[in-house]
Design a protein around this ligand. Structure first.
Ligand SMILES: Nc1ncnc2c1ncn2[C@@H]1O[C@H](COP(=O)(O)OP(=O)(O)OP(=O)(O)O)[C@@H](O)[C@H]1O
Ligand SMILES: [Mg+2]
Length: 241
């Protein structure tokens, strides 16, 4: 079943015919099978599915960090894979915040500077950017950890630095791969509430890959992926999950 498709232009993301192959030794493995999906503005969309079902691959393609083998992706009306590499990098920097499954923090700079990376890349002065980083970390209950290096932080604290970095430049699209995996219930909910705040704004959107059934109630929409296909698209988890 292909997911609900709206008219082009209303969607934050409009993905059509997305397929992705990976080489596995001599063989080619098809991981996504012609996915059509729109991610609507103003919504918090979850992507759920078993390990290996293609969630990370799909969201990586939807946010311009992994080329599809087939298909097209428009993000806010821009056909992102028709852009030059350089323009795609700029497009991502100005429009998209990611939280990766691995946090990818810079080990040699502290939490506040890590959180400020997108603003510095956009050209903001270091001190000012750092201040914004600190403000975002405070919202995540990390105000007393801002001058720590990543290795001095717990997994859940590092995850919150990665979340601060994804939100600090107020991107219109936020894409997160398991943002609450390392967090306790209370911190997890705080993160999801913050992501909801981001997503429900008009002209913005948020996609979250999650296994965390403690926060399923916060989603506007849940897409279920099975073996590289969307098998359910609704406001709740299907009965048998
Ligand atoms: N770079 C790669 N090279 C080869 N195969 C890959 C690569 N990346 C992903 N795959 C394969 O593609 C399939 C989907 O991977 P993906 O990472 O998208 O799954 P996932 O749903 O995010 O799983 P998880 O919940 O474990 O994170 C898996 O079978 C995986 O082994
Ligand atoms: Mg994954």
């Amino acid at each position: 079943m292909s997911a609900n498709v709206t008219t082009k232009g209303q969607a934050a993301i409009c993905a059509r015919g997305i397929a992705r192959d990976f080489r596995a030794g001599e063989q080619t493995l098809r991981v996504l099978h012609g996915i059509d999906v729109d991610i609507r503005k103003g919504e918090l969309t979850y992507v759920v599915g078993e390990s290996g079902s293609g969630k990370t691959t799909l969201i990586s393609i939807m946010c311009g960090i992994l080329w599809p083998t087939e298909g097209e992706v428009e993000v806010f009306g821009t056909d992102i894979y028709s852009l030059s590499d350089r323009r795609l990098v700029d497009f991502r920097l100005n429009n998209i915040g990611f939280i990766f499954q691995q946090y990818n923090l810079i080990p040699t700079i502290d939490a506040a500077s890590n959180a400020a990376v997108p603003l510095i890349a956009q050209g903001m002065r270091r001190l000012e950017a750092r201040q914004h980083g600190i403000t975002m970390l405070e919202k995540l209950n990390m105000g007393d950890q801002v001058d720590k290096l990543p290795r001095q932080l717990s997994g859940g604290q590092q995850q919150r630095v990665a979340i601060a970095r994804a939100l600090v430049h107020e991107p219109a699209l936020v894409v997160c791969d398991e943002p609450t995996a390392a967090l306790d219930a209370k911190s997890g909910r705080r993160v999801m509430d913050l992501l909801r705040e981001v997503a429900v704004a008009e002209d913005r959107a948020c996609i979250i890959v999650t296994h965390d059934n403690r926060v399923f109630d916060l989603a506007d929409r849940i897409l279920v992926l099975e073996d590289g296909r969307i098998t359910n698209d609704g406001t709740q988890m299907p009965e048998d999950e």
